[in-house]
Design a protein around this ligand. Structure first.
Ligand SMILES: [Zn+2]
Ligand SMILES: [Zn+2]
Length: 465
């Protein structure tokens, strides 16, 4: 059995790992790399392996850095099944079309420049037709059902508590008369997140492929989320400013709505409109409503009491471009939540351009920001940023709330590992983390007595046993 990573190791985005067992190649996630435009185009359009040699894909969850290149994989010859939970499959139906739309817009922008330079135009990574073709391959499987996916390989999904439908995959493998249990965590969530169930506790694992996004960071406690959010809103309202929140359309947006709803019910939320300016968020919220099997007890109770956890009278869902543009003329305080979560595209970029120079406003960062993204420059307290090729002064207050992270922090990752049977756990591979974070987690694990803890290099072929 071998493990080879082609993205999402020593970095966070673009997860693509191949587990080869009994002569079959199983691809763990097929995500888009997100970073500088030219590098992203290059990395996402050229696969470092032959897509037709892949027998099956295991998709941990719907985030684009895990699912976003499945249409590309199909375009380049992949014909096998994509196994994921039913909620992930439904989310991908919405998100991959949106991704194709963004690819097409993005390449239009690139091609305009290329044509001016006398260069030939490029094709988008994939288009809506590729998405339709790729969706035929999705097979939704519920948590805890064991399914045979290749000779000697069964998989079972367990709740990862990261976003709706997110799964850890346990592989029960028999190879050359030996049996192994391999776990691929995908992105691991946190206990006590709103809406979602907690990550499940596993026990007998031989080989663990673990994410390490925050391998070097301990987050603020989850229960501080609501209070921190309220403080930011209160002080921005006092300045009569707006609160601009870049947010992934799936996951974070619904969590924020949920918390704002609670604050409103408790009578603590100042009176102000809340705009969810994202057609994708509107659509993904509909998918949330279809999957109560993924909710925690608190959310289920709300649902059973006919209380809508995803909407209340102050929330205004914005679909049309005209309505989105009209938000520029708003004079009163408001919360505006828009995608993309890393400020690299979508309506949030327009809202930033409009609001970033006003010191009364707040830019509230609630999610992971990859290197070389506009969001990352804001986190790093840049004084000036370039938006649509123009320089803007960052006068608005920039607040980063770590308690909102959908990823386990260092302490939570260690807790997850130490809850596994230590005698049995022989190998830990750390993926999905910038080198600094992966290394800090590796050091901690060594200190706890785990001997084989590796950080795979891109393309390195690792024998696992
Ligand atoms: Zn994720
Ligand atoms: Zn991820």
């Amino acid at each position: 059995m071998t493990f080879q990573s082609f993205g999402g190791t020593c970095e966070v985005t673009g997860s693509q790992h191949i587990l080869s067992v009994n002569g079959k190649n199983i691809l763990l996630d097929c995500g888009l790399f997100q970073g500088k435009r030219a590098e992203s185009l290059e990395r996402n359009s050229v696969f470092q392996y032959d897509p037709s040699s892949i027998n099956a894909v295991i998709l941990s969850h719907a985030h684009i850095d895990h699912s976003g290149n499945i249409p590309g994989l199909v375009r380049h010859g992949f014909r096998g099944p994509v196994y994921c939970t039913s909620a992930t499959s439904d989310l991908c139906r919405v998100m991959l079309y949106d991704s194709a739309y963004l690819q097409e817009r993005d390449i239009e922008y690139v091609n305009k420049k290329r044509v001016r330079r006398g260069e030939s135009p490029l094709q988008p990574l994939y288009d809506v037709v590729d998405v339709t073709e790729s969706l035929v391959h999705f097979l939704g499987i519920n948590y805890h059902y064991s399914v045979s996916i290749a000779p000697g390989v069964h998989i079972t999904f367990y709740d990862a508590g990261h976003i709706l439908g997110s799964a850890m995959t346990v592989f029960d493998i028999e190879e050359h008369g030996r049996q192994y249990r391999v776990c691929y965590t995908g992105d691991l969530g946190r206990r006590g997140m709103p809406i979602l169930r907690d990550p499940e506790i596993l026990s007998d694992i031989d080989i663990l492929i673990l994410e390490s996004t925050y391998g070097g960071t301990i987050h603020d406690p989850i229960n501080s989320m609501k209070e921190s959010l309220l403080k930011v809103i209160d002080r921005t309202v006092q300045r009569e400013g707006k609160i601009i929140i870049p947010s992934f359309s799936v996951g974070r947006t619904q969590e924020i709505v949920y918390l704002l709803h609670e604050l409103c019910t408790e009578g603590r939320l100042p009176i102000l409109p809340i705009y969810i300016d994202s057609p994708l968020a509107v659509n993904t919220t509909e998918v949330f409503r279809m999957h109560p099997e993924c909710f925690d007890d608190e959310t289920l109770t709300k649902l059973h009491n006919h209380d809508d956890p995803f909407g209340f009278n102050r929330i205004i869902y914005v679909r049309s471009v005209e309505q989105s543009k009209s938000l520029n003329n708003l004079k009163q305080s408001a919360v505006i939540i828009a995608a993309s979560g890393m400020c690299e595209g979508g309506r949030i970029v327009h809202h930033l351009a409009n609001n970033i120079e006003n010191p009364n406003n707040t830019i509230l960062i609630v999610g992971y920001q990859a290197q070389h993204t506009l969001g990352r420059r804001l986190v790093e307290k840049a004084k000036q940023v370039s938006i649509f090729g123009e320089l803007y002064e960052v006068n608005a207050e920039v607040v980063v709330l770590n308690s909102f992270s959908a990823h386990a922090g260092q302490d939570e990752l260690l807790q997850f590992v130490t809850s596994l049977d230590k005698q049995r756990l022989k190998t830990i591979l750390l993926v999905h983390g910038e080198e600094e974070h992966a290394t800090m987690l590796q050091t901690k694990l060594f200190q706890l007595g785990y001997e084989r803890v590796q950080i795979p290099r891109k393309g390195e072929n690792i024998e696992i046993h």
